[in-house]
Design a protein around this ligand. Structure first.
Ligand SMILES: Nc1ncnc2c1ncn2[C@@H]1O[C@H](COP(=O)(O)OP(=O)(O)O)[C@@H](O)[C@H]1O
Ligand SMILES: O=C(O)C1=C[C@@H](OP(=O)(O)O)[C@@H](O)[C@H](O)C1
Ligand SMILES: [Mg+2]
Length: 167
């Protein structure tokens, strides 16, 4: 566990935050935390939380998970909507925040596993949600990497190298 604030991956659903975060941590030889995985471990599948308790309840669980993850983790992948929370945005300001992006045509096959309740009705919803959040992502990010046409390993390597030089 590191004394410095973590490297934090943000960005739209299916961009690769979870996969890349895990690889970055492996390259750096450090720990990794995914806030969605914390929520699933503690409260069950995300789709079930949305269906039974609603999105506001999920966001409250997420806010709590993010606050814990940011304390003392090395690499953290957030869920795509975590930055909607003002406390989370304040905590991320000026930190080593990486925006992971992807083009609609590349993300479409990645969203078909049915685990993301907000995009059950298809790509148009993904595009609308991304457009709404894009200004927030871009304001917070100090590095942007696109995963549409590059293998996960190459992107992870770039993020790991950058994280060593970023104060
Ligand atoms: N170049 C790539 N970079 C990142 N993820 C990719 C890439 N190509 C395919 N994927 C796939 O995209 C899916 C979504 O990745 P995930 O890390 O869960 O995204 P997020 O956490 O941003 O929602 C995974 O199944 C992953 O294997
Ligand atoms: O963008 C969002 O609002 C969400 C993104 C998901 O995480 P990923 O971005 O890792 O898919 C997950 O937190 C939930 O389905 C809601
Ligand atoms: Mg994820």
């Amino acid at each position: 566990m590191s004394e410095r604030p973590p490297v934090v991956l943000i960005g739209p659903m299916g961009a690769g935050k979870t996969r890349i975060g895990k690889r970055v941590a492996r390259i750096l030889g450090t720990g990794f935390v995914d806030t969605d995985r914390m929520i699933v471990a503690e409260h069950g599948p995300i789709a079930d939380i949305f269906d039974t308790l609603g999105e506001p309840h999920f966001r409250a669980l997420e806010r709590d998970a993010v606050a814990r993850a940011l304390r003392g983790s090395d690499v953290v992948a957030l869920g795509g909507g975590a930055v909607l929370d003002a406390d989370t945005r304040a905590a991320l300001a000026g930190e080593r925040v990486v925006l992971v992006t992807v083009a609609p045509e590349a993300v479409a096959p990645r969203l078909r596993d049915g685990r993301r309740p907000l995009v059950r009705n298809g790509l148009a919803d993904w595009e609308r949600i991304y457009a709404e959040r894009r200004p927030i992502y871009e304001q917070l990010a100090r590095l942007t990497v696109d995963t549409s046409h590059r293998p996960i390993d190459a992107v992870a390597q770039e993020v790991a190298e950058w994280s060593k030089t970023a104060a």
